[in-house]
Design a protein around this ligand. Structure first.
Ligand SMILES: Cc1ncc(COP(=O)(O)O)c(C=O)c1O
Length: 411
C-alpha cells in the first residue's frame, strides 16, 4: 500500500549475502549469483521489521503473498506485479490418512495459484524486482511451470521473456508459455542443457537470467509458502513437511521463512522436519544425503514422469542438504510407478488431482510412515506444487452409442 513516502513502503532489506561465504552484496541493484558463484540471499533488518508489523495487522489484509510485503524486497507499490495470487488451501484428508495409518495428513495445494503452480510465487517476486530494477528482458530454462509463470508475469509487467524447455515438457504448459507472450523454444535435452543456452546467450541477448537461484528473488517469493502455512496453522509449524525437490527453491525458501519468523518471535523454537522428495530416476540430493556429503554430484540419464523434479544438478544443493539436516528431516526417492499410483489413489479417493511431483510427496510419505521415518502422530504437510490438470492423464476408453439402446444395468 502506498504510504507517505510517495509509494514506497518499508521492506527492511539491508543487503544481499552470499549463501556460501557470507560476503555482503549491495541491495537495490540487479544481481545474479554472488562473486563466489553461489546463490545470494536477501537479508532484512528483522528487528525493525518485527517492530513495524504484527500478526493482527497482517490478519486484516487481503489474502495473498503481498500481505507479507514487509518480508519481501519490493520497495515501491507500483512495482508489485500481480495476477491475483491467492492464499492456497491447506486441505485435510482424514479418511485417506486413517486408511494408511496416520492421525493427520494435510495437503497444501499450490495448484490454485495463477498459472497453476507455486512457480507463480517465485516469479511474481522475481519479475516485480526486475521491474523495480529496470530489467527489460528475462530468460529462463524451465521444466514447464516456471516458464509459464515467467511468461505471464513478464507480459503483465511489460518485460520481454525468452524461455527454453525440454522437448518433452507437458504440451499444455508449452502452449501456455508461448501463448502468454514468451518467446519459447523446445530443446532436445534436459533442463541443464536449457540452462546452458541461457547462460551462454545472456551477454549477446541482454537477458537477465531468471534461472532457479541464479537471481535472489524467486526464493523470497517461495518463502511466502512458509509464512502462509505458519499463519494458516495459527502461527505454528507442522511436525514434518514433504517437499518435491528439484532446484529446491521452495524448501530453502520455507526454511528461511521459519528462521525469519522465529527471529521476530512469531514462531517458537519448533521447526518442521524438512523432507526432500525426489524421483528414483533423478535423485542427486538423496544420493548426497545418504552419502553424508555437502554437495550433490550431477545425476546421469535423469528420467521421471515428474518433470519438475527432473533436475540433475542443483546450484543450491548445499542449501537444500543443510536445511534437511538442520531440521532433522531426510531425503527420500520414490519411483515413477509409486508416483502414478499415489496420484491415482488421491484423485479417486479424495477428489484431489495432484501433479506428479505432488504425488511423489504422497508416495514418499507412505513409505516413510511404513518404515517409521515418520510416525502416525506427526502432523504432516505434503506440498502439491501444481495443478494436475496440466499433465497428461490416463486415456478413457469407455464409450456409449447414443443412438442404440443403453443397457443401464451394465454401466
Ligand atoms: C510441480 C513442481 N513441483 C516441484 C518442482 C521443484 O521445485 P523446486 O525448484 O522448488 O525444488 C517444480 C519445478 O519445476 C515443479 O514444477
Amino acid at each position: 500500500m502506498p504510504d507517505a513516502r510517495g509509494g514506497e513502503h518499508d521492506t527492511f532489506v539491508t543487503h544481499l549475502e552470499c549463501s556460501a561465504t557470507g560476503e555482503v552484496h549491495q541491495a537495490d541493484i540487479p544481481h545474479g549469483l554472488s562473486r563466489a558463484g553461489k546463490p545470494l540471499l536477501v537479508r532484512y533488518d528483522l528487528e525493525a521489521l518485527g517492530r513495524a508489523i504484527d500478526r493482527e495487522t497482517i490478519a486484516r489484509r487481503p489474502p495473498g503473498l503481498w500481505r507479507y510485503r514487509e518480508f519481501l524486497p519490493v520497495r515501491r507499490a507500483e512495482n508489485r506485479v500481480s495476477l491475483g495470487e491467492i492464499e492456497t488451501p491447506v486441505i485435510p484428508v482424514p479418511r485417506f490418512a486413517k486408511r494408511i495409518g496416520a492421525d493427520e495428513l494435510l495437503i497444501k495445494d499450490e495448484g490454485r495459484l495463477p498459472t497453476g503452480s507455486f512457480k507463480a510465487r517465485g516469479l511474481c517476486l522475481a519479475v516485480s524486482m526486475a521491474k523495480e530494477l529496470g530489467v527489460a528482458r528475462m530468460a529462463m530454462p524451465t521444466a514447464g511451470n516456471a516458464g509459464a509463470a515467467l511468461a505471464a508475469y513478464c507480459s503483465r509487467a511489460g518485460i520481454e521473456s525468452f524461455v527454453f524447455c525440454p522437448d518433452d515438457a507437458p504440451e499444455v504448459t508449452i502452449s501456455e508459455i508461448a501463448f502468454q507472450g514468451a518467446r519459447l523454444y523446445r530443446v532436445n535435452g534436459l533442463i541443464n542443457d536449457c540452462g546452458r543456452i541461457v547462460g551462454e546467450g545472456k551477454r549477446a541477448m541482454g537477458w537477465f537470467d531468471a534461472s532457479t537461484l541464479k537471481e535472489p528473488y524467486r526464493i523470497e517469493g517461495k518463502k511466502t509458502m512458509g509464512i502462509e502455512l505458519a499463519e494458516q496453522l495459527g502461527w505454528e509449524v507442522p511436525d514434518v513437511i514433504f517437499y518435491p525437490t528439484g532446484g529446491g527453491t521452495g524448501l530453502i525458501g520455507m526454511w528461511k521463512a521459519f528462521a525469519e519468523l522465529a527471529a521476530i518471535g512469531w514462531l517458537g523454537e519448533k521447526r518442521p522436519r524438512m523432507v526432500a522428495v525426489q524421483a528414483s530416476g533423478c535423485a542427486p540430493i538423496v544420493r548426497a544425503y545418504d552419502a553424508d556429503v555437502e554437495l550433490a554430484e550431477p545425476w546421469e540419464n535423469a528420467a521421471t514422469v515428474a518433470g519438475g523434479i527432473r533436475v540433475p544438478s542443483a546450484i543450491g544443493d548445499f542449501l537444500i542438504l543443510r536445511a534437511v539436516r538442520e531440521s532433522g528431516g531426510f531425503a527420500i526417492a520414490v519411483d515413477d510407478e509409486a508416483i502414478l499410483a499415489a496420484q491415482a489413489e488421491m484423485a479417486r479417493e479424495e477428489g484431489l488431482l495432484l501433479c506428479p511431483e505432488g504425488a511423489a510427496t504422497l508416495a514418499a510419505y507412505k513409505v516413510a510412515l511404513a518404515d517409521g521415518r515418520v510416525t502416525r502422530d506427526e502432523r504432516a504437510v505434503l506440498f502439491n506444487c501444481a495443478t494436475g490438470l496440466k499433465y497428461p492423464l490416463p486415456p478413457v476408453t469407455r464409450r456409449l452409442d447414443c443412438r442404440a439402446p443403453i443397457d443401464y444395468a451394465a454401466l
